[in-house]
Design a protein around this ligand. Structure first.
Ligand code: OAD
Length: 230
């Protein structure tokens, strides 16, 4: 089976009602990233950080996967598909995708603020001050903040190197190291970038840009790839 790697960003979940970060009206217009998504923010105002991620978690629980998530999942019938997502939502899993690598963590999980190996599922939408791990430290969202390492990056790079087909959906490709993955894929394989806006990419061979919303562009591409030999 040929391997499809899909690199996804906030744009794939936009039509499920979840805000992107850098579009007009996006989250980084409403919030200062340094106030809510950095270790320094956690040091200075845990309540605000918890509230920011609680709001996100609540929205995700109320959201549903859209046609783009479903189309990527449906390609597993014919391809070995791995999704590498920058998203912290679980819409890929809820659409049925079996192999999902979360580069920036998962909203549905918490972890100890003193021992990163202690990871828990969050019941419901709220993580509160005073919610403690088994070592009695405050629980924090299991997400990657700016200034923190991306522990899944090496795994993601190794998987991306194996791709026979690369699909990038709904990412401005402006946050590293995640954005660098597109350059890790083999030169000669077909690559598709689906985004209604122009995304700045340089020196990527064999790249077809499909200027459509994810809910239109991904199902169309999936249909074509499903009709092809695999
Ligand atoms: P961005 O908000 O930077 O980019 C979203 C992209 O989605 C843009 O290129 C949009 O044009 C595109 N888009 C919008 N609506 C779309 C639609 N309906 N269909 C397809 N594409 C659409 O989001 P990311 O690139 O995911 O990190 O952001 C990367 C990281 O920056 C996030 O994971 C987060 C953020 O700060 C952390 O918090 C660590």
């Amino acid at each position: 089976m040929k391997k499809i790697i899909a690199l996804t960003g906030a744009g794939i979940s936009a039509e499920s009602g979840l805000s992107t970060f850098r579009d007009s009206g996006g989250l980084w217009e409403e919030y200062n990233v340094y106030d809510v998504a950095t270790p320094e923010a956690w040091e200075s105002n845990q309540e605000l950080v918890l509230e920011f991620y609680n709001k996100r978690r609540k929205q995700v629980i109320d959201a549903s996967p859209n046609a783009a998530h479903h189309a990527l999942a449906s390609m597993e019938k014919k391809y070995d598909v791995t999704i590498i997502t920058q998203n912290v939502d679980d819409l890929h899993e809820r659409a049925g995708s079996k192999n999902v690598v979360h580069l920036h963590g998962e909203l549905g999980k918490s972890r100890s603020s003193t021992d990163s190996s202690l990871i828990y599922n969050i019941e419901g939408w709220e993580l509160k001050p005073g919610d403690l791990c088994e070592k009695k430290s405050q629980l924090r969202p299991h997400v990657v903040w700016f200034g923190e390492a991306v522990p899944m990056m090496e795994v993601a790079a190794r998987i991306t190197e194996q791709a026979d087909i690369l699909i990038v959906v709904g990412s401005s490709l402006s946050v590293y190291p995640a954005a660098g993955l597109i350059s890790v894929a083999k030169k000669n394989i077909p690559k598709y970038l689906i985004d209604p806006k122009e995304v700045s990419v340089h020196d990527i061979d064999n790249l077809s840009c499909i200027k459509e919303k994810a809910s239109i562009g991904v199902p169309k591409l999936a249909k074509t790839l499903m009709e092809n030999e695999s």
